[in-house]
Design a protein around this ligand. Structure first.
Ligand SMILES: NC(=O)c1ccc[n+]([C@@H]2O[C@H](COP(=O)([O-])OP(=O)(O)OC[C@H]3O[C@@H](n4cnc5c(N)ncnc54)[C@H](O)[C@@H]3O)[C@@H](O)[C@H]2O)c1
Length: 253
């Protein structure tokens, strides 16, 4: 039996890596998917991939940092599919492991904008829909082990992911216990995606710090998609405000 039948899900960063795997898996599990990405070509690619397998999907080319685009994403869910049941805040960017002594205002603002402010604005818009639905809704935030430990990214990345986990707990503690909306976070370790290509000029000091954490076992995007499915489905109906690490044991050492 499929696990997301009749549910509408927005997945950001759906054009690549984990977002693409999540969008594909959710569609296979019966969800109507709104696949969002900044990159229009990758939106088209994931939409045709899902349609080829008989899935229900619409694409939105948009930026999670722009309120107008966020409004379009939510409208696409409610007007095309009639509800918004699941939000996966997955889009995220890295920061070249820049330490606090090295980070520029521009990098700080962009990383915090995409990884934290965008997810907050999307969660806010989604909650305005979900709180009116009898069935409520579910929010899954793709954080990182960088949201739990100090060395798995630069200052901006680590700060943004710690704050995203804080936001997740706040949503869970308010709308979860006093309403019908659950929110959980995933903390992936190393995963083979296209994000590595954005590490163009890594900070020497930042890289030294992450090397101290030992080599990360590498996972595949599909291994995170199944974690997202668990958190988005009724299988996790009593899990709220939690952070599920999926790092192959990297941080257990
Ligand atoms: N790959 C890893 O090792 C790893 C580990 C821990 C956490 N994460 C997190 O997982 C999430 C997914 O990353 P990934 O590794 O699949 O990366 P990826 O680069 O393969 O995919 C990210 C997608 O997000 C899109 N995107 C970027 N900025 C956007 C914006 N402003 N608006 C809309 N879309 C935007 C990109 O175009 C891209 O398609 C990120 O939040 C990342 O921080 C990744």
């Amino acid at each position: 039996m499929v696990k997301l039948s009749g549910k509408t899900a927005i997945v950001t960063g759906a054009g690549s890596g984990m977002g693409r795997a999540i969008a594909n898996l959710f569609a296979k599990e019966g969800a109507r998917v709104v696949a969002v990405d900044l990159n229009g070509d990758s939106v088209e690619a994931v939409v045709s991939e899902i349609k080829e397998t008989g899935g229900d999907v619409v694409g939105v080319t948009g930026d999670v940092m722009k309120q107008d685009d966020i409004d379009r994403m939510v409208e696409m869910a409610t007007k095309t599919f009639g509800s918004l049941d699941i939000l996966v805040n997955n889009a995220g960017i890295m920061d070249n492991f820049l330490t606090v002594g090295e980070v520029t205002d521009e990098v700080w603002d962009r990383v915090l904008g995409v990884n934290l402010t965008g997810p907050m604005k999307l969660a806010r818009a989604a909650i305005h829909v979900m709180e009116k639905q009898e069935t409520g809704g579910v929010i899954v935030n793709n954080a990182s082990v960088g949201g739990l430990f100090g060395t798995r990214g630069g200052a901006a990345y680590v700060a943004s992911k710690h704050a995203l986990i804080g936001l997740t707990k706040n949503i869970a503690a308010t709308y979860g216990t006093l309403g019908n909306i659950r929110a959980n976070a995933i903390a992936p370790g190393g995963v083979n995606t296209n994000i590595g290509a954005t590490i163009t000029a890594p900070s020497e000091l930042g890289m030294k710090a992450i090397q101290g954490a030992g080599e990360a076992p590498m996972g595949e995007a599909e291994q995170i998609a199944t974690v997202a499915l668990f958190l988005a489905s009724d299988d996790s109906s009593f899990v709220n405000g939690d952070v599920l690490k999926a790092d192959g044991g990297w941080t257990a050492r």
